[in-house]
Design a protein around this ligand. Structure first.
Ligand code: SF4
Ligand code: SF4
Length: 422
């Protein structure tokens, strides 16, 4: 009997039952529990999907920012990433969110490879149809089959139309993407069918009125609550009784860094809490939220998130007021660029490292460390820095944050030139 068959026969688990304890036990019994990880006592809080037996961990593992072998390419450090998954699994984090284009297409391969160490019934897997990449209606089926093969699964627990907005939606309608996926759901290849969304609340109304949706995934965090109108989106979905999965609870890491003034306020409020924990708690405290995704890229982030949600301490009214008031005002003073690092704008035909440049610049705006900025910016190389942008505009329409990327890059190139002179 091979290792997978052994595990499968060792476990008879009803789909979606609370499985983590059993799975961990079977792994240990098989001598397969990751030996390098300490035994974990804490379990992440879970939320129930409507009135069913299905529960999701409040922390979901986003597989879009896995540790990389080298900073400037997309190759996943599989050894480090698998250890992080084992650690998360041991604390009940069994929701994994991948997508066709994450890590240049390798995230789904990695998900299939890493999760094949665990019984299929013990985890919940989400992936997404890249509507923006479809060229013909036939691509929908071709990509869906490819995804099942890459993820080494016969079904997805959660499946989304990826990044619906007013430019991708007409294509989704024309190619009948929802209809195709609904058929897959009827055939048992999808359990819950939803969509991820980056646009205005007005446009969200159009999408939720078009079909029956089992869930929706939106960008929500305390900085975007009013700025990006996340609150209105949350309210629209809640009124329609559509459960929500949260992405970007830390705004691509921005709410884990923060400027010194915002950090000071948070530290005073709770000296023992990490800066990132406030963003995770904010999203998880909302009652219509099923799961908060975190694109974890290092072991300490996994530890911190698990600590934050084991169990969830809901925010008090005072804490919410502090975040939405003093902390947001302090953070906005540094007027950083609202890039979340999603990389939807990449690749750039001129090889400009757009998200990396914004990350370096945002760090400079928050910390005002000129030497660090110059060092990091120079390390990009003149072929990939902001001055390499030829203003073709190809990236602009792809950015879910609606950033005027060429304009921001031109301003950064100027800042670099000025600081470099002095
Ligand atoms: S506008 Fe600049 S950054 Fe954007 S795709 Fe074109 S060259 Fe690249
Ligand atoms: S510039 Fe926009 S599309 Fe590109 S990484 Fe940042 S948020 Fe994503």
């Amino acid at each position: 009997m091979n290792r997978r068959d052994f595990l499968k026969s060792a476990l008879t688990i009803a789909a979606f039952a609370p499985v983590m304890k059993l799975a961990a036990g079977a792994m240990a019994a098989a001598g397969l529990a990751p030996k390098q990880e300490p035994p974990s006592k804490e379990k992440v809080s879970r939320r129930r999907y409507k009135d069913t037996d299905l529960t999701l961990p409040l922390l979901g593992f986003g597989l879009m920012r896995l540790p990389k072998l080298r900073p400037n390419d997309s190759k996943i450090d599989r050894v480090a990433a698998k250890k992080m998954i084992a650690r998360a699994f041991a604390s009940g984090v069994n929701y994994f969110d991948t997508a066709y284009m994450y890590h240049g297409g390798d995230s789904e391969n990695f998900a299939g490879e890493a999760l094949s160490d665990y019984p299929r019934e013990s985890y919940l897997l989400a992936s997404k149809m890249p509507v923006g990449m479809l060229k013909t209606p036939a691509d929908t089926e071709r990509i869906f089959r490819e995804q099942l093969a890459k993820c080494r699964t016969g079904y997805f627990d959660f499946y989304l139309l990826h990044n619906l907005n007013r430019s991708s939606w007409p294509k989704a309608v024309k190619f009948k993407v929802w209809e195709f996926l609904r058929q897959q759901q009827k055939e048992g290849k999808i359990r819950k069918l939803g969509f991820s969304f980056h646009d205005t609340p007005e446009f969200l109304q159009t999408i939720v009125s078009a079909h029956e949706w089992d869930f929706a995934q939106i960008q929500l965090n305390y900085l975007d609550w009013t700025l990006y109108r996340s609150r209105e989106q949350y309210e629209i979905l809640t009124a329609k009784k559509i459960p929500i999965i949260i992405m970007e609870p830390l705004k691509g890491g921005m709410l884990a860094r923060m400027n010194p003034e915002a950090r000071r306020i948070l530290h005073q409020a709770d000296p023992h809490a990490s800066i990132a924990s406030w963003g995770i708690r904010y999203a998880a405290s909302l009652p219509n939220v099923l799961c908060v995704l975190s694109g974890m890229s290092a072991a300490d982030q996994v530890e911190d998130n698990i600590r934050t949600l084991s169990p969830l301490r809901e925010l008090t009214e005072e804490e919410k007021k502090m975040l939405l008031g003093r902390v947001v005002s302090a953070e906005r003073k540094s007027a950083a660029i609202a890039c979340t690092g999603c990389r939807y704008c990449m690749p750039c035909p001129a090889d400009v490292e757009i998200p990396k440049i914004f990350e370096i610049y945002n760090r400079y705006r928050a910390r005002k460390n000129r030497d660090q900025f110059l060092r990091e910016y120079r390390a990009l190389g003149a072929d990939c820095d902001a001055s390499a942008c030829v203003s073709c505009g190809a990236c602009r329409s792809k950015c879910p944050q609606h950033l005027d990327i060429p304009k921001e890059l031109a301003a950064i190139a100027k800042t670099f030139a000025a600081l470099n002179k002095n």
